[in-house]
Design a protein around this ligand. Structure first.
Ligand code: ATP
Ligand code: MG
Length: 151
């Protein structure tokens, strides 16, 4: 999934070595600051662009949290351990719902600005019609309270 992400233009760590016996992956160490330490409207926009790029290629990250982004020379996305392929808007909505919840809880005073930034970036990569459907799904998840039970 790290390689799939790279192929569509998302910077992610290079894999150097995989040891299936010891269940180890040796990868590039990314220098930079964790996005969770420095959230801004502009950074949320860039995170939104990455999320939209993944989703427009039917890749679900599965753990789309601010701590899985490192801001170095470029924005780098980590932690593809839960990633999978899916065309379902519901799966895309779960990614969006997670980052929305994190922006709301961790940066409450800047929540509207940062989530708007995220949506602006996301909408650069996903058609307005699709964004509308995915956000409707986010709303449905929130209304059902299903997400709260999973957590
Ligand atoms: N290639 C890397 N280069 C630099 N730092 C990394 C790299 N991979 C992971 N990290 C750091 O280690 C943290 C945890 O890694 P990762 O997210 O892959 O594991 P995790 O088990 O899912 O942890 P978490 O539950 O915190 O997300 C990241 O948030 C990041 O700060
Ligand atoms: Mg992680």
């Amino acid at each position: 999934m790290l390689s799939c992400a790279k192929m569509i233009g998302i910077r992610s760590p290079f894999i150097y070595f995989i040891d299936p016996v010891r269940a180890e992956i040796v990868m590039e160490f990314i220098e930079g600051k964790n996005a969770k330490e420095m959230m801004t409207h502009d950074l949320a926009y860039r995170i939104g662009r990455y999320a939209g790029l993944l989703h427009s290629n039917n890749i679900i990250h599965g753990d789309l949290t601010t701590s899985n982004f490192i801001v170095g020379k470029k924005l780098v996305l980590l932690d593809f351990g839960l990633a999978f392929h899916s065309v379902r808007n519901e799966d895309k909505a779960v990614d969006v719902k997670l980052i929305k919840t994190i922006l709301k809880s961790a940066y409450s005073s800047a929540y509207e600005r940062t989530f708007n930034g995220f949506l602006k970036g996301y909408s650069k990569m996903v058609s307005a019609k699709e964004v509308g459907r995915i956000l409707k799904n986010v709303y449905d998840i929130e209304r059902r309270g299903r997400y709260a039970r999973i957590v």
